[in-house]
Design a protein around this ligand. Structure first.
Ligand code: NAP
Length: 237
């Protein structure tokens, strides 16, 4: 990987960094001066995205958040290169709810959304904890959705809503569990964003969708740990 490991540098890892909001978060973090680990499900996808970024400060990592072996291999690879991880952005997500609702969705589809959107973020946070603990003030940012807020739950978007509701719950629990270690944890909603997931009619650019995640990674107060944000403002769970 050849990360330029140096105690003065700040290191951020973005899951699902190869496209969409994750890619825009990588761009923003590079501008903010981070060394960025762009994680994707395949090395080819990570490298193709990195080619577009044209920066020597971004490094590829293979990471499938739905697969524990992949998560642990990624941690092992990074541990050989890095002394610490300052920021973990749990951005990877799926939206598998086309053509189903809460009355018709099967257990398998519910499970797929949970495995990636919720359990993926929890397992990734657990696995990278030894590296996060070495940073002065580490930050974990969970890219959630207004669909996961109590007043945003939609019967027509069942697995996605439940997985983001549970991700919000995990954010609260992780923040409590990590408070003694000085690690802060936030959830954020990017708004409706023009990506493969959000579609072409969405109202925001990927850069606009990435803005709050970058703010949380850089300037948001650690006192706000455990809260949920959109447009740099706290919103209700
Ligand atoms: N777009 C919106 O309007 C919107 C609104 C609210 C919240 N969000 C959230 O924002 C985040 C990014 O969404 P997006 O709109 O940028 O979607 P996107 O364009 O579909 O990108 C999703 C990213 O997640 C990756 N991914 C999916 N499953 C993965 C897995 N098991 N392991 C690792 N990576 C995986 C994808 O990788 P591949 O390229 O390999 O598929 C891709 O890089 C998601 O968490 C989403 O729920 C989006």
């Amino acid at each position: 990987m050849n990360v330029n490991s140096n105690q003065q540098n700040k290191y951020a890892l973005v899951t699902g960094g190869n496209k969409g909001i994750g890619f825009a978060i990588c761009q923003g973090l590079l501008k903010a001066g981070f060394e960025v680990i762009l994680a994707a499900r395949s090395l080819d996808k990570a490298k193709a995205a990195i080619n577009e970024l044209q920066s020597s400060q971004v490094h590829p990592l293979v990471l499938d958040v739905a697969d524990d072996n992949s998560i642990h291999q990624a941690v092992d690879a990074l541990r050989q290169e890095l002394g610490q991880l300052d920021v973990l952005i749990n951005n990877a997500g799926i939206y598998p709810d086309e053509g189903v609702n809460i009355l018709t969705i099967d257990r398998n589809l519910l499970g797929q959304a949970m495995q990636t959107n919720t359990f993926g973020a929890i397992q990734t946070a657990q696995a990278f904890l030894p590296l996060l603990e070495k940073a002065a003030v580490a930050r974990i940012i969970n890219v959630s959705s207004g669909y996961g807020a109590l007043d945003g739950l939609s019967a027509d978007v069942p697995s996605y809503c439940l997985s983001k509701l549970a991700l919000n719950g995990a954010t609260i629990m992780l923040a409590k569990a990590l408070q003694p270690k000085g690690i802060v944890v936030y959830a954020m909603c990017p708004g409706w964003v023009r990506t493969d997931m959000g579609g072409a009619s969405a109202t925001r650019s990927p850069e606009q969708g990435a803005d709050t995640a970058i703010w949380l990674a850089t300037v948001a107060s650690p006192d706000l740990s455990g809260n949920f944000f959109r447009d740099r403002q706290e919103i209700s769970y």
